[in-house]
Write a protein that binds this ligand. Structure first.
Ligand code: SAM
Length: 209
């Protein structure tokens, strides 16, 4: 992975729920208020029922994870699953993904951004609503530390082309392989697609410079 851990223990008053209630939507996050240990942070946007981020956070206690999701019912699943495993390196935040990226993450603060099966908006007239677009590339560049990575998955070939085009056109990113260790962790939607025989498409990019 791209971010090495230099973990430090810091005292932080943790709530019993893994859902972090934002106290402000205009101030950037202070990770020391979210996690008891200060270590590299990874974010999943649109984490859904959260199987991926819960299992990945359990596998990587040396990193901290934030799942972003707009639906409270889905975040409650993150809370239930993560609490059952006793995870202290995982928090869920209920907020809109692009807003979170642009206004709540401190600049150059995360080492990985995971975006798996974002809503595909297949109708042409709705495609402007897609999360991963030219603007998203700039927001990802600002949020990631140099050397940090964006990991993308989709079942929609047209959206995959859009993802690879916007990142491929950016001098701030270079294409990389999705690490096999990461590929082994499937998301809930991915399991459903694979069960139906639907092909899933991957892409990954590393921030350069
Ligand atoms: C198709 S599901 C995929 C969920 C998960 N990544 C997976 O692969 O199983 C998309 C998820 O993103 C959430 N979502 C869609 N648009 C969002 C947005 N703008 N901000 C935050 N969450 C969003 C939806 O509520 C949904 O849970």
């Amino acid at each position: 992975m791209q971010c090495a851990s230099s973990a430090q223990s810091l005292p932080a008053a943790m709530s019993s729920s893994l859902i972090y209630e934002l106290t402000s939507i205009v101030d950037r996050l202070d990770f020391a208020k979210l996690f008891p240990r200060q270590q590299p942070v990874e974010v999943e946007l649109g984490c859904g029922d959260s199987t991926f981020i819960v299992e990945y956070a359990a596998r990587h206690p040396e990193r901290n994870f934030i799942g972003v999701e707009r639906l409270l019912g889905r975040l409650r699943k993150l809370d239930r699953k993560g609490s059952r495993l006793g995870l202290t390196n995982l928090r869920g935040i209920r907020i809109e993904s692009a807003y979170f990226l642009e206004f709540l993450l401190p600049p150059e603060s995360i080492c990985a951004l995971h975006v798996y099966f974002p809503d595909p908006w297949p109708k042409r007239k709705h495609q402007h609503k897609r999360l991963v677009n030219e603007r998203f590339v700039e927001l990802a560049r600002r949020a990631l530390v140099p050397g940090g990575a964006v990991y993308l998955r989709t079942d929609n070939s047209d959206y995959h082309t859009q993802m690879t085009t916007v990142f491929g056109n950016s001098a701030a990113f270079r294409a990389i392989e999705t690490p096999p260790e990461l590929r082994a962790f499937l998301t809930d939607f991915e399991r459903d697609f694979l069960a139906k025989g639907v092909q899933t498409l991957y892409a990954a990019y590393q921030r350069v410079g």
